[in-house]
Write a new protein. Structure first.
Length: 182
């Protein structure tokens, strides 16, 4: 049911968020004493997401969900950025972060293994290519079907932090330049 619910929520909110310049990275709904609906999003223009963006998305999503009411019980809404060690949920995430370390978990095992950690090296058709850590060199290269990926996330490394800081500085520079021309 959770997958059907998050799919429904995605269908409800994606068009509005896209028209506002945002893209959904992931939607998760967790039950419990106080269920939580987590919306992870980023700006389509540059992949950034500031506190103000989270607030804007939160207000829009709240209004849409109040009208459509897809969740029958009380819940908390959390809107966030993907963060530095972000989840990889879309084809373009695997392309964009090739050259960085990631953890990938599959729905079905390949050669008895469901969890993989290593360097993303790109895509090959509908599969993610990785160089695994801590295995024999002849076993290091793997190809994992995109459709079989249950969960994938970047691993926090110095290289990832450096790349993230570089992107953040470039976004800030572009923002200041835009403000100066207005």
């Amino acid at each position: 049911m959770t997958s059907a619910l998050t799919d429904r929520i995605g269908q409800l909110i994606a068009p509005s968020l896209e028209s506002m310049g945002y893209e959904i990275v992931r939607i998760r709904y967790t039950g419990g004493a106080r269920p939580v609906l987590q919306i992870m999003a980023e700006r389509m223009s540059d992949g950034g997401m500031e506190v103000e963006d989270c607030e804007t998305v939160s207000h829009a999503v709240s209004a849409l969900l109040d009208v459509e009411d897809p969740v029958s019980e009380a819940y908390s809404l959390e809107v966030s950025s993907p963060g530095i060690d972000r989840p990889l949920t879309r084809r373009k995430d695997f392309e964009r972060y090739a050259g960085h370390d990631a953890r990938v978990e599959l729905h079905q095992p390949i050669d008895g293994r469901k969890r993989f950690k290593g360097l993303l090296t790109g895509l090959d058709g509908d599969a993610v290519k990785m160089e695994l850590n801590g295995v024999r060199p002849e076993d290091a290269a793997v190809t994992l079907p995109l459709d079989d990926i249950a969960d994938a996330k970047l691993v926090l490394t110095d290289r990832l932090i450096e790349a993230s800081l570089k992107e953040s500085k470039a976004r800030e520079k572009a923002r200041r330049k835009t403000e100066e021309t207005e």
